[in-house]
Design a protein around this ligand. Structure first.
Ligand code: ADP
Length: 268
């Protein structure tokens, strides 16, 4: 039909590029779309039953002292486990829904000038509460307040993900620095920590869904493994790229590079 979109790739080969290969990717594209729709639908379907389960677990936990005797000794611990696992599942579902929305929503919608300085302030404050008595030293270096043409909520969620990771993967009392600077017309937003870092072979795979460096590390920090995939998609929608540097035991830096076309105006 006239509505149907074709997806194909063209490659030139051989001496003087005399061989032309046209590959029809329509079917692959359709399959990718079906997978995305499927993930979005499953996430939606799981959300409601999980809300009901979590609600009842909470009711039971709140009223455990009223349960009939003889009490079951493992009951409080079992309820606790059920609650934390249900929360983990809910977080994964929410992140999957955020991801599928990022993949399908029009990236030109809701564009506005987003001021960097207040954004960094707000994320740093959230990260300080998240750190709590782990007492990280979270500082901001933002000498020129630029505005980025983008989606404020999406940018906030991307930067939060990076900064909260810095808190999760940096030992207590560690340093985390949020920095904004404009250099050679590009804008650089970087988050630097002196935490546990990682071996270089992990870096190219960090933004894959559910990629995590080791499972035990993951379980104790309670992440979903989707945070950096969300970051990648948000940056893609802002024509920006993620640059990662890290050394085991020394720390990591995650830098978002924004092109000039996205930077609006610099206050003197
Ligand atoms: P998670 O929910 O597991 O944190 P992410 O997608 O946000 O998932 O990150 C993927 C993996 O990258 C993490 O599991 C962690 O191993 C590693 N990682 C992310 N940020 C840092 C950091 N600042 N320092 C060390 N490792 C990190």
């Amino acid at each position: 039909s006239s509505e149907k979109k074709l997806h194909y790739s063209i490659t030139l080969y051989g001496p003087e590029n005399r061989l032309l290969i046209v590959r029809d990717n329509t079917r692959i594209h359709q399959l990718e779309q079906m997978t995305k729709d499927f993930v979005a639908n499953v996430s939606h379907e799981l959300r409601t039953p999980l809300t009901v389960i979590t609600g009842y677990i909470e009711t039971l936990s709140d009223n455990i002292s009223l349960l009939p005797a003889p009490p079951i000794p493992v009951m409080p611990r079992a309820l606790d486990q059920m609650q934390s696992q249900a929360i983990r599942m809910a977080n994964t579902i929410e992140d999957l829904l955020i991801l599928s929305k990022l993949e399908t929503a029009d990236s030109q919608q809701d564009l506005m000038p987003v001021s960097i300085a207040p954004l960094l302030e707000s994320v740093a404050n959230d990260a300080r509460s998240f750190s709590g008595n782990r007492n990280h030293n979270i500082t901001i270096d933002c000498k020129t307040d630029t505005k980025i043409l983008g989606n404020s909520k999406e940018l906030q969620s991307a930067i939060s993900n990076i900064v909260f990771n810095a808190v999760k993967y940096t030992p207590d009392n560690g340093n985390i620095r949020l920095k904004w600077n404009v250099e050679l017309n590009n804008g650089y937003l970087s988050v630097k920590d002196d935490g546990i870092g990682m071996e270089p072979q992990h870096i190219p795979r960090l933004t894959e869904r559910f990629y995590r460096i080791d499972r035990s590390r993951h379980a104790s920090t309670g992440g979903t493994g989707l945070g950096l995939a969300i970051v990648k998609h948000v940056l893609l929608r802002h024509d920006a790229t993620l640059l990662v540097k890290s050394r085991p035991g020394r720390g990591s830096s995650f830098t978002c590079q924004f092109p000039q076309s996205r930077l609006l105006r610099e206050a003197a």
